[in-house]
Design a protein around this ligand. Structure first.
Ligand SMILES: [Zn+2]
Length: 391
């Protein structure tokens, strides 16, 4: 028997559709659920069916005036302000309802964990981490991550740790809790000098009441799995051990992949799988086994996202899929019908070796200077020694 775990899913979540050629295409979710189903990962799993989050829950992290603007936007058309009606955040019909359902899905996952009904839950439609209190940004209308964390804090959790492994800085979630010492936010992302949203510097440490609870690990473009893993392991486990969250919340964007069209980190599906397994271990060791996981970015819609998030769902369910597992013929045929020119992988692996050299306190690669800077900025604020690799 594995740990009880829940998967939140409803095809209605495909309604969060930014339309046209927009990269945030819901087909990525549809193909993920199909792949996980055909691999048997979801055998016997009954989906938790979300409902729209009520306005008062969304108002935990968004202004009422902004929510009103989202509701009215499809009627107003353009010039609605609040970041809406832009190329990144086009207005679409039922925008408020579709966005509220994403929030409702992550909230349902949080509620099931808080009630003790399950220890782990995953919502691959969630992770809309760029949405700010009064505006949409980076394809995100409402910040489901922040709503769920706020709800957890009001329902029994004293401390929540949020780890964001999307290629972009988790700026909206960081901003929501920047001066709240109860929330530790950690974001690993491509360096802000080279990528949207341009924040996530090492020096963003948290507000005056929460110094050291905002942690940013900006990585150079072209970083690959071994360096990414080295940075993660040099910073994250020590902080979780010290912070002792009641729940671990993770945004698992997969736009870090080498083939992703929107960014320049060079990770693999194997690296993603390894990270999910690490997050699971960290939740078990330092968060009482409580792990709420969401999707996020990821724009290689056919070759990357379905495989990576199938690994995520499988990891949450303790049904880990071997990397060498072939992709099911029916799934491949279905994708090939919809995208006749796509060249699909054959298996659940990119055949990348995920082993890495742990950080040893010296600087020998570009990532090591990032590690040194982050540890020197953050570790003393948690009573940890930035120069001791055992910390
Ligand atoms: Zn992203």
């Amino acid at each position: 028997m594995g740990t009880p775990a829940a998967v939140v899913w409803d095809p209605a979540l495909l309604g969060y559709d930014l339309g046209g050629d927009h990269p945030f295409n819901p087909v990525r979710l549809e193909l993920t659920i199909e792949l996980a189903t055909q691999l048997g990962v979801l055998d016997g799993v009954e989906f938790l069916r979300p409902e729209l989050a009520p306005d008062e829950e969304i108002e935990r992290v968004h202004d009422a005036e902004y929510i009103a603007a989202v509701k009215e936007a499809p009627m107003v058309g353009w010039d609605v302000g609040h970041g809406l009606g832009t190329p990144d955040n086009p207005v679409f019909s039922n925008m408020h309802e579709a966005s509220s359902l994403v929030v409702g899905a992550t909230l349902l996952a949080a509620q099931k964990i808080a009630s003790g009904a399950t220890n782990r839950a995953v919502n691959i439609a969630g992770g809309l981490h760029h949405a700010m209190r009064d505006r949409a940004a980076g394809f995100c209308v409402y910040n489901d991550c922040a709503v769920a964390i706020s709800w957890l804090l009001d329902n029994g959790a004293e401390r929540v740790a949020y780890i964001d492994v999307d290629v972009h800085h988790g700026d909206g979630t960081q901003a929501a809790f920047y001066n709240d010492p109860r929330v530790l936010t950690i974001s690993l992302h491509q360096s802000p000098m080279t990528l949207f949203p341009g924040t996530g510097r090492v020096t963003e440490l948290g507000g005056p009441d929460a110094q050291g609870t905002s942690v940013n690990i900006p990585l150079p473009p072209f970083t690959r799995d071994p360096a990414w893993q080295r940075a993660f392991h040099a910073v994250v486990p020590s902080l979780l051990k010290e912070f002792r969250p009641d729940v671990l919340v993770t945004q698992c964007g997969v736009d870090t992949h080498e083939e992703d069209p929107l960014a320049e980190l060079y990770l693999s599906v194997d690296g993603h799988r390894q990270t999910y397994r690490t997050l699971r271990t960290l939740a078990d060791e330092y968060a009482g086994g409580k792990w709420l996981s969401m999707g996020g970015g990821g724009y290689q819609l056919l070759r990357v996202v379905p495989r990576s998030w199938t690994h995520l769902i499988a990891t949450v369910l303790d049904r880990d899929v071997e990397p060498s597992t072939p992709l099911p013929h029916d799934w491949v045929n279905n994708v090939q019908r919809r995208a006749p020119n796509a060249i699909l992988p054959r298996t659940m692996t990119d055949e990348m070796d995920v082993s890495f050299e742990p950080w040893d306190g010296t600087v020998s690669e570009p990532v090591d200077s990032v590690i040194r800077d982050v540890r020197h900025a953050i570790f003393p604020l948690h009573g940890l020694d930035p120069d001791d690799p055992r910390d």
